[in-house]
Design a protein around this ligand. Sequence first.
Ligand SMILES: [Fe+2]
Length: 178
Amino acid sequence: MKTDWSKSHCGVMLCDVERTYELMPEVKPIIQDLIDTGELEFDASEYLVDVKVHMLMPDQFPCIPDWHCDFVPRDENMQLRPDLVTGEKMYLWVSGEPRTEFRNKPDTIDTGTTTWAVFTQADEHRGVKSTIRTWRCFIRLVPKCLVKDRPTGNADKTHRGGLRRHTQVYLDASNFSW
Ligand SMILES: [Fe+2]
């Protein structure tokens, strides 16, 4: 059955899997499908989940439009420290177009009903501009060991572990970097 994402909350922010299921039961079959493959690097309890639901219009990007990597450590001045990345795997699923573009084609896990991209802190990727009006759901499983208390662009961390209060869209990749 196809999910009507317009009926969903705007997402969750770094929630345990079980808490995610309580807050957004509609994502449970999708995430459980991945867990049930037995292909996750760690036990499901070792992951935090990000869910973002977007209402997109043409020319809007649901995520950072320039090449970047996720969860790269930063120093206290917000400077990236790629020398500190480790190799733990993250898992990404999106409900439809526009799909995240990876510089190098990532490995995938195909559950039979869902396809997940498998990537690390070293895998460059970027958001893709929507060409349609659509509701899109993004789900990412992140190992807890990558989510340290460190400087990030989002200074307000009080919504971690709960429902998202807002979700950005981005416009114009020409002079945007991360
Ligand atoms: Fe990203």
